[in-house]
Write a protein that binds this ligand. Structure first.
Ligand code: NAG
Ligand code: NAG
Ligand code: NAG
Ligand code: NAG
Ligand code: NAG
Ligand code: NAG
Ligand code: NAG
Length: 900
C-alpha cells in the first residue's frame, strides 16, 4: 500500500463546557491542506459554524471544495448542513444532510424523537461525549470526555494504509459514504439482522448488508428479514459505547482491519452516539431513543406450539390434547395460514375450520387458561369480488400504489395481492376494523404478522393479472414489466440476496408509492415496523388487553411494539448454534422478546436434535416450536427423548416465570435484553467477549447448551464466582475459566450465580396455573472464605395482561429481597414491598426459602421476630431449606437465623 504524506491538524470544537469551562468553546476552524487524492476524489470543507446559545450543539455548513468530476454514482450534494446536538448527557446526535432541501428520514410517526430543528433542552447534566472536526477535508470525531478516547472518527487516517476503502465523506443523492477509524483491538456487536456462523462478534473483512429481505434464516451472512443499523463497541476493561445510524435506506457496512465504512443509498446521516459505559447502559440509552421494549403478556413466556400444516380444527385440537396427555406445558396454540379460505386474511375455511367448532375449540383453550394466535400476511388477495377486506381497503384507498396511482399488484399465497400502506394513518383504521370483525368471529389472543419485508413472489415495476386464479403458487404467474429504474437499480448496488440482486427483487417495486408520495425505495425496510405499529394498535383496541404480536420483519424501533422470531431455520445442530447468537443479537437491537423455531422449520429433526433444541429454546424468552408442512410432524410428544427433555427444560422455565416476568419489566423500563450475552453481565472479564454459544437469562442464570450431535459433555466458559446447577444444586467455583460440563442427552446445564435471589414458583402445565402456586426464594451464596456474604433480587408482578405495565398501586407489586449472611454466626433475609398492593390482593405467599452455600448447622430462627413451629428445616450438602413458611408476599418480612 502506498504511503501518503498528510499534513492535517484537528480543529477542536469541544463540547464539554460544563467540565472544561466556557473558555474552551470554539477554537477557530482553520484550513488544512491535504496532499494526494482519495479514490472518490471529492472533498468537503467545513465553512461556517454557528454555535447554539445554550451550548448544547452547533450547526455548520459543509461545501464541496474540490470535485473529482467522476459522477458515476451521482452529483455531489453541496452545501450540506452538519448539525451536532446534545439532547441529553447520554446521547449525542450528529446529523448531515442536504442544506437546501429536506431528504427522506425515518418518519416521526414510527420513531418519535426530537426533530433536528427543535429547541434543545437546557442543560441539566454534564455530557459524556464531545465532538471535534477537521475542516478540510471535512471530518468529525466523537470523544469520551472522561478519558479522551476517540470513539468515532470520520477523518481519514494520516497514514494511507487504509486506502482505498477509507474516503472522506461522500454525499450524493443515492450514495453516501462515511467511515470511522477503529482501534486494532476492539470488539463490535450488532449490525443485524443476519444469521452469523462466525458467532456473536462482528468479523473483520465482512460486509453487513442491511435491507429487509424474505430469505430463509438458514442462509448465513446475507441480508435477512430485519434492518438494525446499530452497533455496540466494547473497548478495554469493558468500557462500551453504542452507535446508531438512524437511516432506513439500503446500506452496506464493511468492517475492515481498523475501520468501519458505511455505504448508504439514500436518506440522511443521522448518527446517535451512546456513551455507556457498561454494555447494559448502552442498551438503556439506545432504547430511550428507539423506544423501550413492549411489555409482553405473562402467558407469552409460556410454551407455544405451531406448525404450517395443521390443516383442520380436529388436528389442532388433538395436538393440544396430546400435550396435556404427555404432561408437557403448553400455553399457546397457533395456526399458520392453514385456517384461511383461499389464503385470504381474516377468512376461514368453513369445511376444514367450521366456525362453530373452531370457536368452541378456542373457547375451550380459554377455559383451560390457554391462548390462541393466528397468522396474518400483509398481501391482501385482490382476485375475488366477494372479498370484503379487499373492497373495503379499496374504498378507503389505503393500498400501496404504482406511479400511475393504481394499487401496486404483487403475488403471494392468495395469488394476486395488493399491499396495505401502513404509513397511511387510514390503513390502521381499516386494519383495526378488519381485526375487529374477524375477532368477533374467532376470539384469538395474538397475531403473527409474517411475510412483511414485504414478500412478493413476483418482481416488477408494474404487474398485471390475466384473470386466472392460481392460489398457493409460489412461482410468479403475473405479467410483470421491469423498467430498471434508478430506484430498482441504483448506481451503487448493495449485496441484496447475497448476489447483488436489484432492490425490488421479490418485493414491492422500489417505485411503488405511499400515500404521501414516499417511495418504497426509502420506506422498504420500515414495512414490518409500520405493520407492527398498526397491529399493536388494532389488537389493543379490539382486545383491550396487553397485545401480543410476532413480526418477522423488524427495524430498530420494532422492539417497542412486537415480539420477533429468527425465521425459517433448518433442523440441524448448526442451526441451534445460530439461533443462540441470533436471539442475543435481537436483544441487543432492542427486540428482546425473541426465540427461534424450536426443532427447526425445515427438515425432519432426530430425537436427539430436537431434544437439544428444546433444552436451549425453553430458556429463550419466546419459546415456540414451529415446522413446515413439507416434513412430518415433530411435536415433542412424538419422541421419547424430546418428551423427557421438554418436560425437564420447560419445567424449570415455568418455575422461573416470575423471574422472566421481572426481566420483562426490566426490559420494558430499562431496555435490558432478557437473554443476554455474557459480556453484558461481566463486562470487565475480556474472556466473555468470545462466548457466543452460551447465554444468560438476566445477569444470573447461565445456560450452556449442547449443539453437537451425540455429545455427552459441553465446553463452557464459567465467569468468576460460585455457580449452582439449577437441577441438582451441584457447585462450580470458577476463577473465570472453561469447564467441561457433563451433558448426556437428558441434561441441560443451567447454573445460577452467587449473590442473586431468584423468585420461583411451582411448575405446572400453563403459566396461569403456575401463578396460583406458592413462591420459593432461591438464594445462592458464594463459596468463599469471607465471613459475610450477601445476595439480592427483586420481583415485579401484575395481572399479566393489563395494557400498561406500570407501577400502579392497585395493579402491581414490586418487592425487593436482600440476604446478609455471616458464615459463622447468623443470617437474615429481608423482603420489602417497594410498591403496590397487587400481591396482597392476590394472596400470594412465600412458602420456601432455599439457601445454597451454607455449611453451619442451624440452631434457631425467627420469622418477623416470631419462631414459627410449622416450618420444616432441611439441611444437607451446604443447602438450607426452610419450607412451610406461609409468609404473605405482599407484606414486608424478615427471616433471621443463628448457628450453633
Ligand atoms: C468513478 O468512481 C467509481 C466508483 O468509485 C469507480 O468505480 C470508477 O472507476 C471511477 N471512474 C473514474 C474514471 O475514475
Ligand atoms: C465488501 O465490500 C467492499 C466494497 O464494496 C468490497 O470491496 C469487498 O470485496 C467486500 N468484501 C466481501 C468479503 O464481500
Ligand atoms: C383432518 O385432517 C386429518 C389429516 O389429514 C384427516 O385424517 C381428518 O379426516 C381431517 N378431519 C376433518 C374433520 O376434516
Ligand atoms: C383518511 O380518510 C379520511 C376519511 O375518508 C379522508 O378525509 C382523509 O383524506 C384520508 N387521509 C388520507 C391520508 O388518505
Ligand atoms: C394466465 O397465466 C397462467 C400462468 O401463466 C396460465 O396458466 C393461464 O393459462 C393464463 N390464462 C389466460 C386466460 O391466459
Ligand atoms: C449419533 O448417534 C446415532 C445413533 O446412535 C448414530 O446413528 C449417528 O451416526 C451418530 N452421529 C454421530 C455424528 O456420531
Ligand atoms: C449477627 O450477629 C451479630 C452479633 O453477634 C449482629 O451484630 C449482626 O447484626 C447479626 N447479623 C445478622 C445478619 O443477623
Amino acid at each position: 500500500m502506498k504511503k501518503r504524506k498528510v499534513a492535517m491538524q484537528l480543529s477542536w470544537l469541544i463540547l464539554c463546557w460544563w467540565t472544561c469551562g466556557l473558555a474552551l468553546l470554539i477554537l477557530s476552524a482553520r484550513e488544512h491542506q491535504v496532499e494526494g487524492a482519495r479514490s472518490h476524489g471529492t472533498f468537503y470543507e467545513l465553512v461556517v459554524v454557528k454555535e447554539y446559545d445554550n451550548k448544547r450543539g452547533f450547526e455548520a455548513k459543509v461545501v464541496v471544495s474540490s470535485e473529482s468530476g467522476n459522477h458515476s454514482l451521482g452529483q455531489d450534494i453541496s452545501p450540506l448542513s452538519f448539525i451536532v446536538r446534545i439532547e441529553k448527557s447520554t446521547q449525542l446526535q450528529v446529523y448531515i444532510s442536504d442544506a437546501a432541501k429536506p431528504r427522506w428520514e425515518v418518519p416521526q410517526s414510527m420513531l418519535p424523537r426530537p426533530t433536528i430543528d427543535s429547541k434543545l433542552p437546557s442543560p441539566t447534566e454534564t455530557p459524556l461525549l464531545a465532538v471535534t472536526y477537521t475542516t478540510k477535508p471535512f471530518g468529525f470525531a466523537v470523544t469520551r470526555i472522561s478519558t479522551g478516547d476517540v470513539l468515532f472518527n470520520s477523518t481519514p487516517p494520516a497514514s494511507g494504509d487504509l486506502e482505498p476503502l477509507f474516503n472522506p465523506l461522500v454525499f450524493k443523492d443515492q450514495y453516501i459514504e462515511l467511515s470511522t477509524q477503529l482501534p486494532k483491538s476492539t470488539t463490535l456487536f450488532g449490525l443485524g439482522e443476519s444469521t452469523r456462523p462466525d458467532g456473536l462478534k462482528l468479523k473483520k473483512g465482512k460486509n453487513y448488508t442491511l435491507w429487509t429481505t424474505d430469505i430463509a434464516a438458514l442462509f448465513a451472512d446475507i441480508d435477512l428479514y430485519g434492518a438494525w443499523p446499530f452497533y455496540i463497541e466494547v473497548r478495554d476493561a469493558g468500557v462500551s459505547h453504542g452507535v446508531l445510524l438512524l437511516n432506513s435506506n439500503g446500506m452496506e457496512v464493511s468492517y475492515g482491519e481498523e475501520f468501519l465504512t458505511y455505504r448508504v443509498i439514500g436518506g440522511v446521516l443521522d448518527f446517535y452516539f451512546f456513551p455507556g459505559p457498561s454494555p447494559l447502559d448502552v442498551v438503556d440509552q439506545y432504547t430511550q431513543l428507539v423506544g423501550r421494549p413492549a411489555a409482553q403478556p405473562y402467558w407469552a413466556f409460556g410454551f407455544h406450539q405451531c406448525r404450517w400444516g395443521y390443516k383442520n380444527v380436529t388436528i389442532v385440537k388433538t395436538v393440544v390434547e396430546n400435550f396435556k396427555k404427555a404432561g408437557i406445558p403448553l400455553d399457546t396454540m397457533w395456526n399458520d395460514i392453514d385456517y384461511s379460505d383461499r389464503y385470504l386474511d381474516f377468512t376461514h375455511d368453513e369445511e376444514r375450520f367450521p366456525l362453530k367448532e373452531w370457536r368452541a375449540f378456542v373457547d375451550e383453550l380459554h377455559a383451560n387458561d390457554q391462548h390462541y394466535v393466528i397468522l396474518v400476511d400483509p398481501g391482501i388477495g385482490s382476485a375475488y369480488n366477494d372479498y370484503k377486506t379487499y373492497s373495503r381497503g379499496l374504498e378507503q384507498d389505503i393500498f400501496l400504489k404504482t406511479e400511475n396511482g393504481e394499487p401496486y399488484l404483487g403475488q403471494v399465497w392468495p395469488g394476486p395481492v395488493v399491499y396495505p400502506d401502513f404509513l397511511n394513518p387510514n390503513a390502521t383504521l381499516w386494519w383495526t376494523n378488519e381485526v375487529q370483525l374477524f375477532h368477533d368471529q374467532i376470539p384469538f389472543d395474538g397475531m403473527w404478522i409474517d411475510m412483511n419485508e414485504v414478500s412478493n413472489f413476483c418482481t416488477g415495476t408494474y404487474c398485471t393479472w390475466n384473470g386466472t386464479i392460481l392460489g398457493g403458487v409460489t412461482e410468479c404467474y403475473l405479467q410483470c414489466t421491469d423498467t430498471h429504474t434508478k430506484y430498482d437499480d441504483p448506481p451503487f448496488k448493495i449485496n441484496h440476496f447475497g448476489t447483488l440482486e436489484s432492490l425490488g427483487h421479490l418485493t414491492a417495486s422500489m417505485t411503488a408509492k405511499h400515500f404521501d408520495g414516499t417511495l418504497e425505495y426509502d420506506a422498504h425496510s420500515l414495512y414490518g415496523l409500520a405493520e407492527s405499529i398498526a397491529t399493536k394498535k388494532a389488537l389493543t383496541t379490539v382486545r383491550k388487553k396487553r397485545p401480543f404480536l410476532l413480526s418477522r420483519s423488524t427495524f430498530v424501533a420494532s422492539g417497542a411494539h412486537t415480539a420477533h422470531w429468527t425465521g425459517d431455520n433448518k433442523a440441524t445442530y448448526n442451526d441451534i448454534a445460530y439461533s443462540i447468537v441470533s436471539v442475543m443479537n435481537s436483544g441487543m437491537a432492542g427486540i428482546p422478546m425473541v426465540g427461534a423455531d424450536i426443532c427447526g422449520f425445515y427438515d425432519m429433526a432426530s430425537d436427539d436434535l430436537c431434544s437439544r433444541w428444546i433444552q436451549t429454546g425453553a430458556f429463550h424468552p419466546f419459546s415456540r416450536a414451529h415446522s413446515s408442512r413439507d416434513n412430518a410432524p415433530k411435536e415433542f410428544y412424538l419422541f421419547k427423548k424430546v418428551t423427557a427433555s421438554a418436560k425437564k427444560a420447560l419445567g424449570l422455565k415455568y418455575q422461573l416465570l416470575p423471574y422472566y416476568y421481572t426481566l420483562n419489566w426490566e426490559a420494558h423500563t430499562k431496555g435490558y435484553p432478557m437473554v443476554r450475552p455474557l459480556f453484558m453481565a461481566f463486562p470487565t472479564d475480556p474472556k466473555t467477549l468470545d462466548v457466543s454459544y452460551q447465554f444468560l437469562v438476566g445477569n444470573h442464570i447461565l445456560v450452556s447448551p449442547v449443539f453437537t450431535e451425540n455429545a455427552t459433555s459441553v465446553e463452557a466458559y464459567i465467569p468468576k464466582g460460585t455457580w449452582y446447577n439449577m437441577f441438582d444444586f451441584s457447585q462450580i467455583v470458577s476463577k473465570g475459566e472453561k469447564f467441561t460440563l457433563q451433558a448426556p442427552w437428558d441434561v441441560i446445564n443451567v447454573h445460577v450465580h452467587e449473590g442473586a435471589i431468584i423468585p420461583m414458583q411451582e411448575s405446572a402445565l400453563t403459566s396461569a396455573a403456575v401463578r396460583k402456586t406458592p413462591f420459593t426464594l432461591l438464594i445462592p451464596l458464594p463459596n468463599s472464605d469471607s465471613v459475610s456474604s450477601s445476595a439480592s433480587g427483586y420481583l415485579f408482578l401484575d395481572d399479566g395482561e393489563e395494557i400498561d405495565m406500570t407501577l400502579s398501586a392497585g395493579q402491581s407489586t414490586l418487592v425487593t429481597f436482600e440476604a446478609l449472611v455471616d458464615r459463622r454466626k447468623n443470617g437474615t433475609i429481608t423482603s420489602h414491598v417497594e410498591h403496590g398492593e397487587y400481591a396482597m390482593k392476590e394472596g400470594w405467599i412465600v412458602d420456601r426459602v432455599v439457601i445454597l452455600g451454607l455449611d453451619s448447622a442451624l440452631s434457631f430462627f425467627h420469622v418477623n421476630q416470631k419462631a414459627n413451629a410449622r416450618v420444616k428445616v432441611l439441611q444437607n450438602d451446604q443447602k438450607l431449606e426452610l419450607s412451610g413458611l406461609r409468609i404473605p408476599l405482599g407484606e414486608d418480612f424478615q427471616i433471621d437465623w443463628t448457628y450453633e
